[in-house]
Design a protein around this ligand. Structure first.
Ligand code: NAP
Length: 165
């Protein structure tokens, strides 16, 4: 499976259950990468979606420990092992871990690839992605061309590979 995320200079990813930035170009990248694939998220990230609806044209899987939490058009899963069992028949490259902090932390070791949009700025955040540069098993495989937000902030997609998988 893969991870996909946008981080600031300190690997910050969220504030008050939301994204601290709005970068339509990066949202397009996220959509292109995940369309018609399986996306796995924590309940908090799901609740941050507009109108609390699953992402269109993707198989949405929501992790929650609440067995009563159900969502139309999404699969809810109550534990890590159940999730792994559920996705093991799918091609690994078609499964994307899409956040948030707790889900990235839990699934980092199961992922072969990570698509990290690094935003060259710092924001007020309260949630983080693991700093892959401090983890020996993650290596940078490819760096995409740098783009710029409307206010001129550079952002660049880095592809990391997990050398342990
Ligand atoms: N920058 C980015 O690309 C990006 C992407 C995604 C999210 N985010 C941000 O990340 C933040 C949210 O992160 P978060 O860590 O607070 O929340 P989260 O990871 O989205 O969701 C946490 C919830 O997932 C469930 N969960 C976690 N581990 C589980 C397990 N082992 N088994 C079953 N359920 C489990 C629990 O739900 P229950 O409480 O229901 O049991 C837990 O409360 C937000 O600010 C969001 O905007 C940023």
């Amino acid at each position: 499976m893969n991870m996909i995320v946008a981080v600031d200079k300190n690997w910050g990813i969220g504030a008050k259950n939301n994204m601290p930035w709005y970068i339509p170009e990066d949202m397009k990248f996220f959509k292109n990468m995940t369309i018609n694939k399986t996306v796995v998220m924590g309940r908090i990230t799901f609740l941050s979606f507009p109108k609390q609806l699953p992402l269109k044209n993707r198989h949405n899987i929501i992790l929650t420990r609440d067995e009563n939490f159900k969502v139309n058009g999404a699969t809810t899963v109550n534990g890590v092992l159940t999730l792994i069992e559920l996705v093991k028949e799918l091609p690994s490259e078609d499964v994307f871990i899409i956040g948030g902090q707790s889900i990235y932390q839990t699934f980092e070791k199961y992922c072969k690839k990570a698509y990290i949009t690094k935003i060259d700025n710092t924001y007020k955040v309260d949630t983080y992605f693991p700093n892959l540069d401090l983890l020996d098993h993650w290596k940078i495989d490819k760096i995409h061309d740098t783009k710029f937000t409307n206010d001129g902030t550079p952002f660049t997609v880095y592809e990391y590979i997990n050398t342990q998988i």
